[in-house]
Design a protein around this ligand. Structure first.
Ligand code: BGC
Length: 756
């Protein structure tokens, strides 16, 4: 058997020379790039190879405290020419013009041209909702809002625009998308995810990956995407960033792996690794996750980069390595190809020593370097190391702005609308109040112009806050503005209350200020006390309150929701968000967003919609379901969102009562717009496994379709359901569809089928 195996592989390959037969299985096939990679590997010194595996941040090679970014040329030369570093990342200080970015990348690539093999540097940036470190780009709603559109088409187009504007900035590598699941709303990066549902997030993962990379990533308007943070990063026990997670392998595979697998299937070129630890094992040291699952099972071919300082952290934070050098060996042998070091050149020094001492074998270095070269070749960097902004006429265009606006419009989710208080008639006298009413920073969230987004107001002069947009739509004379409160301290609540008495309606804009990562950790999911006080005091004026939420995670509003007439969830809608919110409030657009997560009612009751049956039982077996006594009574449910029109569902059909494994059935339903306004509806199909060997979820999304219906129009929607769509991961960590009864639900309809 072994002999036959070896013969087969000799034919295929490929890249490494001098491998022992023992290492044959580690060789990878890079298709048309095999020869070039093989040639380069044979010419490169060990120093050049470990240099390729090193990524440093721009600060290291830039002047400190300079008003304008400038290079420290001696240091840059040392990094690129002496150390032959393969990658640089990030921005130093404020965002740059696209022209300055061009100078930055060109300077780096010119120096790379002086290295023995002239291997271009790959520059990487976090362009997570548009190119947030370049001035004048199109900033989109953040990912959580993109998910709320339930429109993979919009998400794909947004990704394509971001790719274009990233390349217009000379940069070929985007550290996006976040494919972590938003299943713990306390986590400060919840808003960077596509929400809690695996099926929805998987569709979005595919759409955005294709938007970034297209069919040919070497095209001058495409970038290498980066699936991050592989995997389980988003589910720390207590919600704080980079703290321990406990996730059994079957749940890891069922809930946290599918988005990453979807990205691999779409040809994603790079992965960034989870900074955290799962079941006591830091992911940067987990060969099981980095090699066995990512490479052997998923067949991922590109490069895996560490996250910020995470190799060093194996030593100084996680304490699984006794020295930094041991940490380097551990991470490289687990499967990290490139280290985001990023503040010095220690990684390259340690790795060189380890190779010379025989502690890290040459095959592993060659494997990592070949993956890095593969990505550079795929991007066409050897032929064109830098793209020129002059070739990108659509950069920051009106056409692109409209896409961002459309995405914000379709994201905004109407959660409550008592007595049809919305849409508001124009010319109503409104009081606009609250800390998110006049803040571009709040609309954009973190990763906007700077990491924490604290300087956003400086760069968004031309964009409208909610207040400014409402004035444009409703006429300045009809709008009064009183801050009321800041996020953390009261400003003039009494003044707001007296202004409310003179208004017809109060538009109360609450939520969160920008944040991400550790600085965004919180101890309490409740919306802040001054905001609660503002809402409760305003209620005393007796005017209808329209609550607009601008926030990256569902801050608990249970105490104030009863005093509101309407609730509009805006998420973090980006630079066009103010205009989109105003258009929805005043009926120039019809809301069609649906929650991509469960909005909890209580801070201690954080349960996803696809929870277990035991999460929702009454304490007495036979008694009537009592909402208060059960463990599941969210403020608003996953998938929920109102419209200004009404939709009626009818004609629900399931094509067969039985389903054989390997087969599929059709599910169809008819939807009519029975109101007076055109609108969009998201038709959602859920399945329930009635009995399973691992306690089943009460329901799981397995299909959705967003349709547009004119007033009076009717459409029929069809879904194909395969037996494999009913599968779950069992105790042996395998996807299985167990025979038995399943319930299929669309809106108010349900039908059971039997799988044989
Ligand atoms: C974040 C990553 C990001 C990287 C580079 C890290 O702190 O976790 O998401 O891509 O920094 O900026």
């Amino acid at each position: 058997m072994r002999a036959i195996y070896t013969i087969i592989f000799i034919g295929v390959l490929t890249v490494f020379s001098g491998c022992s037969s023992k290492d044959t299985a580690k060789q990878e096939d890079f298709g048309e790039h095999n020869d070039k990679i093989k040639e380069l590997l044979s010419k490169m010194s060990i120093e050049e190879k470990v240099g390729q595996m090193t990524q440093i941040t721009l600060d290291v090679v830039s002047e400190t405290n300079a008003a304008q970014h400038t290079f420290q040329m001696d240091m840059l030369r040392k990094v690129i020419v002496d150390y032959k570093v393969g990658s640089i990342l990030n921005v130093s200080g404020n965002p740059y013009t696209k022209e300055h970015w061009y100078e930055v990348i060109k300077t780096i690539q010119d120096l790379a041209g002086e290295t023995p093999n002239k291997i271009p540097v790959i520059y990487g940036i976090d362009a997570i909702h548009g190119v947030n470190y370049t001035l004048g780009t199109t900033l989109f709603p953040q990912q959580i809002a993109q998910a709320a559109t339930w429109s993979p088409e919009l998400v794909e187009r947004g990704g394509a625009i971001t790719a274009y504007e990233t390349r217009a900035s000379g940069i070929p590598w985007n550290f996006s998308p976040v494919l972590d699941m938003g299943r713990n709303p306390v986590w400060p990066r919840f808003w960077e995810t596509f929400g809690e549902d695996v099926y929805l997030a998987t569709k979005m993962a595919q759409a955005i990956t294709f938007g970034y990379q297209g069919n040919d990533v070497s095209a001058s308007d495409k970038v290498a995407a980066c699936a991050k943070h592989y995997m389980g990063y988003s589910f720390p026990l207590r919600g704080k960033d980079r703290t321990q997670a406990w996730i059994p392998e079957n749940y890891l595979r069922e809930y946290f792996l599918p988005t990453f697998k979807a990205a691999v299937d779409k040809g994603i070129l790079t992965f960034m690794i989870n900074s955290g630890e799962i079941n006591g094992i830091p992911v940067h040291a987990s060969k099981h996750i980095l090699t066995d699952i990512l490479r052997t099972e998923l067949g991922f071919k590109g490069l895996a980069v560490s996250d910020w300082k995470d190799i060093r952290y194996l030593y100084i934070r996680h304490r699984v390595a006794a020295s930094e050098k041991e940490a380097v060996k551990m991470a490289v042998m687990a499967g990290i190809d490139m280290s985001m070091v990023p503040n010095d050149l220690s990684f390259a020094d340690y790795l060189l020593e380890l190779v010379k001492e025989g502690e890290v074998p040459m095959w592993r270095i060659d494997q990592a370097v070949s993956r890095i070269l593969y990505v550079k070749l795929k991007l066409g960097l050897f032929e064109k190391p830098v793209t020129n902004p002059a070739d990108y006429p659509d950069f920051g265009s009106e056409k692109f702005r409209k896409e961002s606006f459309a995405t914000a419009l379709e994201a905004i989710t109407l959660l409550k609308n008592n007595d049809r208080v919305l849409p508001l008639d124009s010319n109503k006298r409104v009081l606009v109040t609250g800390p998110t009413a006049h803040s571009m920073r709040a609309l954009n969230g973190g990763w906007s112009y700077t990491w924490q987004g604290e300087k956003t107001e400086q760069f968004t002069e031309a964009k409208n806050t909610i207040l400014e947009a409402i004035k444009l739509v409703n006429g300045e004379k009809n709008v009064t503005y009183v801050e009321g409160t800041d996020f953390e301290k009261e400003i003039n609540i009494e003044k707001a209350v007296s202004a409310a008495r003179n208004a017809d309606v109060v538009i109360l804009c609450l939520g969160e200020n920008s944040y991400t990562e550790k600085p965004g950790d919180i101890n309490d999911l409740n919306i802040s006390d001054p905001q609660i006080k503002l809402a409760l005091e305003l209620a005393k004026a007796g005017k209808p309150i329209v609550l607009v939420l601008v926030e990256g995670r569902p801050r608990i509003i249970q105490k104030i929701e009863p005093v509101t007439s309407a609730v509009v969830m805006a998420y973090l809608p980006g630079n066009e968000g103010g205009d989109a919110i105003a258009d929805i409030l005043f009926g120039k657009a019809n809301p069609s967003g649906k929650l991509p997560f469960t909005y909890p009612r209580f801070a201690n009751d954080l349960v996803t919609y696809d929870h277990k049956f035991t999460d929702a039982v009454s304490p007495w077996e036979d008694e009537v379901h009592d909402e208060k006594m059960t463990g599941f009574s969210p403020q608003f449910e996953f998938g929920f969102g109102l419209s200004y029109t009404t939709f009626e569902y009818s004609d629900f059909k399931v094509s067969a009562a039985e389903l054989t494994n390997g087969d599929s059935i059709q599910v169809s339903v008819t939807v009519a717009n029975t109101g007076k306004m055109a609108g969009k509806e998201v038709v959602q199909l859920y399945v329930t496994d009635m009995v399973a060997s691992i306690t089943p979820s009460v329901k799981r999304l397995r299909g959705f379709s967003k349709i547009t219906l004119q007033a009076g129009e009717t459409k029929s929607v069809n879904f194909t359901l395969k037996a494999t769509d009913l599968a779950f991961v069992n105790a042996e960590n395998k996807w299985v569809t167990e025979p038995g009864e399943f319930k299929i639900t669309v809106k108010q309809y349900a039908q059971n089928i039997f799988v044989k």
